[in-house]
Structure formats: C-alpha cells, structure tokens
Design a protein around this ligand. Sequence first.
Ligand SMILES: [Zn+2]
Length: 567
Amino acid sequence: MARILITSALPYINGIKHLGNLAGSMLPADVWARFKRSQGHEVLYICATDEHGTPAELAAAAAGQDVRTYCDEQHQIQKAAGEAFGLSYDHFGRSSNPPNHRLTQHFAEALEANGLIEERVDRMIYSVDDARFLPDRYVEGTCPHCAYPKARGDQCDNCGRLLDPTDLIDPYSSVSGSRNIEVRDTRHLYLLQTKIEPQIRAWVDGRTGWQPLAKSIAYKHLDEGLIDRGITRDLAWGIPVLKDGFPRPGMEDKVFYVWFDAPVEYIGATQEWAEKHGKTWRDWWRLDEGAEDVRYVQFMGKDNVAFHTVSFPATIIGSDEPWKTVDQLKAFNWLNWYGGKFSTSQKRGVFMDQALELLPADYWRWHLTAYGPEGSDAAFTWEQFQSTTNKDLADVLGNFVNRIVKFAESKFDGVVPDGGAPGPMEAKLAEDIAAGIAEATAQFEAMEFRKAAVALRATWVLGNEYLQEAAPWTAFKTDVERSAVGVRTGLNLVALFARLAAPVMPFSAEKIAASVGATDLSWPEAGADVLDVLPRGQKVAAADVLFRKIEDVQVAEWTERFGGAEA
Ligand SMILES: [Zn+2]
C-alpha cells in the first residue's frame, strides 16, 4: 500500500469560502483522498487557513476586531464549514501557528546561507499621518492604465493589471484616507530567483505526473523570466523577520510576505498534525528520513499554479535540503457564477454555509464534481443544478435504490432473498459492471473527476436497465425463483453503488449501504464478484427519500435570494 500526501490550496482567512473555491481545490482533494483511502492506501490529507497578509488585517479592521481574534474566529468558521461538507482532512491547520513560524525562519536562513537572499533598498509609499509604510492594498489611488480612481497598490480591480504602489496617481492611505504621502527608502529582503532559475526549470522538466494545465503555466512563467522577489512587507501581523533569533536590524517592523510563508504551512500543518496525534511528520517530508516512498499530490485553482510550480519550489530547491516536492499537481479552472465571477469580497454567489442551509452536502458534492471547472471554466446556474440533481440523483440513483429495496420489503420479507440461479442476463450484467468499475477506477486514478462521474452514472444506468429487463415484479407472479435472482442482484447492485459513490457522496453512500444492511464502503477490486456478496437472509430497509427533486419554486426562491442570470 502506498503512502500518499495530499494538500489542497490553503483557503484565505478573509471569510467563508464560496462554491467556486470548494470546486477548484478542496472538494476534488477530498474526493481523491477518500478514493485512495477506500483502496486501502495510507493517506494524509492536509489543509489549513492562510492567515497573513494585508487582506487579513483589513478584514479584521472592517470587522472591528484585532487581527488575531478575527483569525481565530474565521479559522473555526471555515473548519466547521469544511467538516459539514464532509471534507475529510486529517488536519486543518493555521499558517499563523508556531510550526509555520519556525519553518519559515528556517527556510529564510537556509536560503541566506546559500547566498539567495539579499537586502535591497526599495522606494515605498509612506504615510506621514499613519506613521507607517503602506504595502499592497494599504494604498489606493488612480490607476495609471485606466484612470480608475480606486485602484489598489497591488492591482487595479477595474482593468485587472498588476500594479506597484508607486505606480498609483494621487495615492492615499486606505487606513486613514490621508493624502499626506511620501516615497521613502526602506530595506527589504529579496529572494534571488534569477540565480536558481536553471535548477527550477530542470526540476519542472523532471516532473512527469503534472496535469498539462499546470505544466504549461509553469513554463509560461519560466519563459517570461523569473525576477528576484521581495519576500518581506511592512506589516505588523505575520511572521517576523529574524536573524539569529532576534529581530533583524532595520526590519523590526516587517514580516515575511504572505506568499513566502503560506506554502510552507503545508509542512507546518503536517507538524501540527503530528504533534496533536503523537505521529511523526519528517517521514512525510524529508527524503532523508523516510519520505522517499511518499507520493505527494497537490490540488489548486489555476491562479495558484505559478506559486506552487515556481515560487514555492524556489524556496525548497534554494534551501538545498532534501525536502519532498510535489509529484502530481491537479489544477482547476474557474467555476463562474452565471456569466460573472464568484467573489468573496463582494459576497457574490453561494457560500459554503449558505449552501448547506438549502440542501445536504452530497447534492453539492455531486454537482461540483460531475460538472466542475475541470477541462475549462464552468458556470454554476440554479437551472443546471436543478436539472442534474433531478436526473442523476433522484431519477437514476435514488429511484433505483428505493425501487428495489421497497420491492424486497413488500415481496421478500425485507431480506436478501435466497433461491434461483443467475442466468445469461446476470452474466451479461456482471461483464458490463466489471467494465464500468474498471472505467471509474481508471478515471479516478487519472484525477479526471468529470469522467469518473460519467462512469459512475453509467453503472447506475446499467442497474436500471437490468431491472427493466429482469423485471422481478413481473417474474414474481409466475416464477418466484427468477424474481429472487433479480431482487438479489439488484440489492447487490445497491451495495456496489454505495461503494462507488462513497468518495463523492460519503453521507449518501452510508445511507445507501445501510438500506441493504451493508457497511463495506471500500473500493471494489477489479474482477471481484460484486453481484452476489450480500448474505442471503440479511435484512434490508428502504431509507427515507435519498434524494429529493429540486422544485421550480425552490429555484425561484434561491434565484430571488442569491441572484441569478442578472447577478
Ligand atoms: Zn486600471
């Protein structure tokens, strides 16, 4: 059995995540973690909140809280929402926790020892009235490209261009609104990525398991040429810049840039997990201490790929220490909200907590897996959500399960019936089902989630077609033994469907299995008998409705509440 380390891009701390965030990293990571666990592998799925940076400070200020209190609360909210969605991380850590502080300092020291860190003097915006430098979003002004008057120091929301704070025309402090602004010299640490570009490129060349989207984004950045990158910021909240354990002279008011410390938290959170559970973390991360056989898989949205394929590797490779690096990287496109974008800051779209007020997690998990933004961007609409839920879950899967279990209850004393022998119809079904399992397995292995969902649905359709043909309700009148074979086969299909659905719909899978008295949710092995495994005489009992259809009136209500086509 393999040891598999899985991480999904860290959700940022500034509020609960929307369905787009879920669909593009955390959900597929969870589905894949569950798939691998169900095959019996040793899986460690790690995630954490990303808590540093200007947006955290600004969101805390907007909420009237100090930033630590704000992060404490938001971390709990995100953790609870993830668990309610069935996200099965082994640990959900925090980038503000001590392990990440220690590791980030460690990497900075190792990089400096290797000649890859340099102090440079920057020209930065300084607010005289606030008595501080204004990094990134702390300064706003007029965009030099499109004249938008509220462009931020790091990016213009109107034209989308990346900016440097000194680019802004007529800048003002977003802390106080003051226009008493100067440009002053200040020292910052730079990571000399230009010096290790060849090693990063060679490392990327050697990665064979990355998805094409990830690889092309990595090469695009390498081909454009890496630049030396500022890795410190003038902020109070974050990981302080130390030297030999003390504040680095001249950098007492600075912290590491959030993008320097956030990916290090993958390791930090593993350390948190190890401390909490009395486990070891180094054999997951250090090649010289047992991580050689670990397969490391990362999930993320496409906007994060450059950081994971170039920036974070620069930290790791530049340390010249034997750290585990990513073997497989699965990147997702955007899930859009109708024609536009989901937005945390503008509260547009459906958020994880709201979604669960409307329907149980599995409805969303199925939809976002089967119709997610995988090969290209995808749009969420209420109408499509309604249509796929009603067809796939209610009509095909739910109907199959309820129909056969209820029939067993009414005609076979609510047990898996004995008697009769399988015939050609069952032989054909066994062949088709074996092919269906093989297809689903292959697509999950390849992390092709939409195709895996298609394969699952195809097995459900096979089940319905079999029942249609075997028609145990008709056979019951003339040939009870023949009917028993049909019912027994159908009930075994129910148990099988639960196992196949478990990675995507863990809550429903348990209910489906329980309806035929089963608890085994392991992934079926190729070639194993799956159509006659339930003990004869085992009790069965139909669950309450497994999947309810979404009514037009609900779609109207939700469109009213959350917006729709016009949003
Ligand atoms: Zn602009």
